[in-house]
Write a protein that binds this ligand. Structure first.
Ligand SMILES: Cc1ncc(COP(=O)(O)O)c(C=O)c1O
Ligand SMILES: [Zn+2]
Length: 387
């Protein structure tokens, strides 16, 4: 195993590897996993990848599990990067791509993070896992916990799409629906976890979900033959995927796989819940809680993100930006992408398209640039949104 330690993303305090952690013991911010990358690079070579398993564990040396026996897998990752030719024609762009995460187990990119988090929980002897979720993370946790033989305790807003609730129940989780938002669900987990002996796997409140999500960055580089795109457009709630990709790019550079160039990272949020867009516009590194959060893109209904500063740092360092789109725009985009490319997107993923239109109109993206839209989940989970 190549993990050396965990490091607080804000104050830098080191925490011991291979023991249970939630947030930094000094400042309460997220911990990130650090590796001996020189050592990892000896085994993990670009050329060696061609013969490896077609899931995220192909990047084994930069993933945290020590013992292979603890890997809990349902075949997550290694999803297609689709050239969107017809949609591109409509946009007058010939280098437009969709990274289609709806092909993951439980039909969303949340499978990546839960695969690594549950594997590490297994390795560290955890029996009971708890999570507040907008829906897709819950479905993923329920499935991986079942696969690992662990118990999952799930807290979701009462108006979470029904598919997410049913899938959790059918995969054996204990489901509690709450009046309120994901932040209220998170507070409930926080209140009860010690008494119930639950390990809290909330977004960025444990260090390993982001490790699974970072493989999005590794895959993108590998699928584009180690030349990163010009622009990444990513629907952002808690921001794990964006933070993870940014981390992956640094790791790959340290291993000598890529140079210093980075894609411009663009956060897309719904206009009914856009804390990162607001913070960026106001020049803040830490976002205020977004009042009266509402959107049909339930995964974007995250009024406060503990990793806000990491999202904002990555956007700024990359020369990117943050864009808000309306629910009308993102729901219409589900049909537009579906009809043009045959990908039935989650509303969150579809939001990337109206965001791209705004970026082009504002001169922030050029039509000849290589742009990747992240479809983070499947529209099949959101039937209520299309009625
Ligand atoms: C389909 C989908 N897209 C995007 C997001 C936002 O993801 P993140 O919290 O990693 O920013 C979520 C979160 O629930 C989601 O379910
Ligand atoms: Zn700290």
């Amino acid at each position: 195993m190549n993990v050396t330690h965990l490091e607080c993303a804000l104050c830098g305090l080191e925490h011991k590897a291979q023991s249970l952690h939630n947030l930094c013991t000094k400042c309460g911010k997220p911990l990130l996993v650090r590796y001996d990358l020189a050592r990892a690079a000896k085994e993990l070579k670009k050329e060696s990848l061609t013969s490896r398993r077609a899931d995220l564990w192909r990047y084994r040396e930069v993933l945290p599990v020590a013992d292979d026996a603890n890997i809990v897998s349902l075949g997550e990752g290694w999803t297609p990067l689709l050239h969107a030719a017809q949609l591109g024609r409509r946009m007058e762009m010939n280098r437009l791509y969709i990274k289609d995460e709806s092909l993951n187990p439980t039909q969303s990119f949340k499978a990546r993070g839960m695969a690594t988090a549950v594997s590490m929980a297994k390795e560290l002897g955890v029996r009971k896992l708890a999570v507040p979720s907008a829906g897709n993370a819950a479905g993923a946790l329920a499935a991986y916990a079942a696969r690992a033989g662990m118990e999952a305790f799930i807290f979701m807003p009462r108006d979470t799409p029904r598919a997410n609730v049913v899938e959790c129940e059918r995969t054996g989780a204990h489901v509690t629906l709450m009046d309120g938002l994901i932040t209220d669900c998170g507070a409930e987990v926080g209140r009860r976890k010690d008494a119930e002996a639950w390990f809290d796997v909330s977004t960025l409140k444990e260090p390993y979900r982001v490790e699974g999500k970072k493989t999005l960055g590794y895959e993108l580089a590998e699928q584009l033959n180690w030349e990163l795109p010009d622009v990444i457009i990513y629907p952002t709630g808690g921001g794990t995927g964006l933070i993870g990709m940014w981390k992956a790019f640094d790791e790959m550079e340290q291993m000598g796989w890529i140079g210093p160039q980075r894609p411009r990272m663009v956060t897309v949020q719904a206009s009914g819940c856009a804390p990162i867009v607001t913070a960026l516009a106001e020049g803040k590194r830490f976002a205020d809680e977004f009042p009266n959060a509402h959107t049909a893109a339930s995964g974007l209904r995250v009024p406060r993100a503990i990793g806000d500063f990491l999202i904002i740092d990555a956007i700024k360092a990359s020369g990117g930006t943050a864009v808000a789109v309306s629910d009308e725009e993102l729901i219409a985009a589900v049909t537009e992408i579906g009809a043009a490319e045959g990908v039935f997107c989650a509303p969150e993923g579809a939001a990337c398209l109206p965001a791209l239109r705004k970026l082009i109109a504002d001169g922030k993206v050029q039509r000849d640039e290589r742009v990747v839209l992240f479809n983070t989940g499947s529209g099949i989970k959101y039937l209520e949104a299309f009625s």
